[in-house]
Design a protein around this ligand. Structure first.
Ligand code: SF4
Ligand code: SF4
Length: 421
């Protein structure tokens, strides 16, 4: 085992290979507060990549209802249970989540899936995991819209009303794709070395010629985003729509373009980009990059289950109404600060949130031009002022992609076209 730096955990970590990092890393932010589970993303992916024979139960992109839903069923409960057993001495997060040292979320003292496996069975597999049985892949949207109800009565609604900060009856939609992890468990576990991480953008791919279908990646990926295809007897996974990211999509005009699931998002929850990395795998300071801003400056977007140790590159703005203990185990100790900032956004955050889904081209930089004050009032006991600022998005070559304002324009249909668009 080598020792690598995992900035999400605020410490060094054991990993089977020496660390190498791409120049830029494929990353994304999903704003859970906006997801309506329309499944447009799921179908955009399905109709592009997994519509063939043998892929019937394969959903590289999926949206599940938490806490009961999951694809495959109970994937996170199962891996968390394994990790709990490996951390039976109660190890967890320490330190202040607000500081940059040891990490932005403090320091994770527990064992990751790479360290736990070594402790439990020193000579066996390299990664703690499990292989879901076939039936657990069969119902990708099981428990859709089923809420947590009163104690002892799951799936029932509370009879009383609900108010923030926490609802007593709750569920939320968790949209998921492969996280194109910095330390991929799938790659670490493959005995054929058939999985690789591209040096130019950090996208993790399975070489279909090299794979022999041992399913070690399926067993190892804690997010269960590597999948086995029975009729070809090889494993497949999300390819991050790499031809689009490379600018090869005919519609892109040669410019880097976001993936199909991002582009299809009706709820406008998704923003994807390519972030610059330092030599130790941390994010290089890039103050005007929207993902850098959301993850490292505003700190409203958090990694999904950072304690697994893969350093996932998918980040989530957590749902405001969900009980905090549930969110803390899912996104780490940065949850409270993230929700507080999201609930009462400052001027820059409000502007950056307007960048989501205004274009399918990848944004590399933004600028905010100040506009007039349009609202002053009180929100959940706090003073809030809203300005109609303009945010301008720039592409790879510094060209302006679009500009938009905080206030959305209102279009009034003329009377003769009242019922048409
Ligand atoms: S999410 Fe799973 S399949 Fe994707 S890179 Fe990470 S470990 Fe591999
Ligand atoms: S398209 Fe967007 S809003 Fe619809 S389910 Fe997917 S992530 Fe949610």
């Amino acid at each position: 085992m080598a020792t690598v730096h995992n900035w999400q955990l605020g410490r060094e970590m054991a990993y089977p290979y020496e660390a190498t990092y791409p120049e830029r890393q494929f990353a994304f932010v999903f704003n859970i507060n906006r997801c309506i589970a329309c499944q447009s993303c799921t179908m955009a992916c399905k109709s592009t990549w997994t519509f063939s024979k043998g892929q019937e139960h394969m959903w590289w992109a999926n949206v599940e209802t938490k806490p009961y839903g999951g694809y495959p069923m109970f994937w996170d409960v199962k891996i968390l249970d394994l990790l709990d057993r490996a951390n039976a001495d109660g190890r967890g997060w320490t330190g202040a989540p607000s500081g940059e040292r040891p990490g932005p979320y403090g320091r994770f003292e527990g064992r990751t899936i790479f360290e736990a496996e070594r402790m439990l069975t020193p000579d066996s597999a390299r990664v703690l995991g499990y292989l879901p049985p076939d039936e657990e892949w069969n119902s990708p949207n099981i428990y859709e819209d089923n809420p947590v109800g009163p104690p002892g009565k799951p799936f029932e609604w509370h009879k009383t009303g609900a108010t923030l900060p926490e609802h007593t009856t709750w569920f939320f939609y968790l949209a998921r794709i492969c996280n194109h992890c910095t330390y991929p468990a799938c790659l670490a576990a493959c005995p054929r070395k058939a999985i690789y991480k591209r040096p130019e953008d950090g996208i993790v791919l399975i070489d279909q010629q090299e794979c022999r279908g041992y399913r070690k990646c399926v067993e190892a990926c804690p997010y269960k985003k590597s999948m086995y295809r029975g009729n070809t007897r090889v494993s497949e996974k999300c390819v991050a729509c790499y031809p689009r990211v490379e600018g090869k999509d005919p519609e892109s005009g040669g410019k880097p373009m976001e993936t199909r699931c991002m582009a299809a998002c009706i709820g406008q929850i998704r923003l994807q980009g390519l972030v610059r990395l330092n030599r130790d795998g941390t994010w290089a300071e890039d103050r005007r990059h929207p993902l850098y801003y959301l993850v490292h400056v505003a700190k409203v977007a958090l990694p999904l289950y950072p304690q697994f140790g893969t350093a996932p590159n998918g980040y989530y703005i957590p749902p405001r109404w969900v009980p905090r203990p549930y969110l803390r185990q899912m996104f780490g100790p940065g949850v409270d600060q993230a929700i507080e900032r999201y609930e009462t956004p400052d001027r820059e955050l409000l502007a950056v949130l307007q960048l989501f889904r205004r274009s399918n081209l990848i944004i590399y930089r933004y600028e905010v031009v100040e506009g007039p004050k349009v609202y002053e009032g009180t929100l959940r006991g706090r003073r809030i002022t809203v300005y109609n600022d303009t945010v301008i998005a720039y592409g790879r070559d510094g060209e302006e992609l679009f500009r938009t304002t905080v206030e959305e324009p209102v279009h009034v249909r003329p009377p003769q076209h009242a019922n048409s668009i």
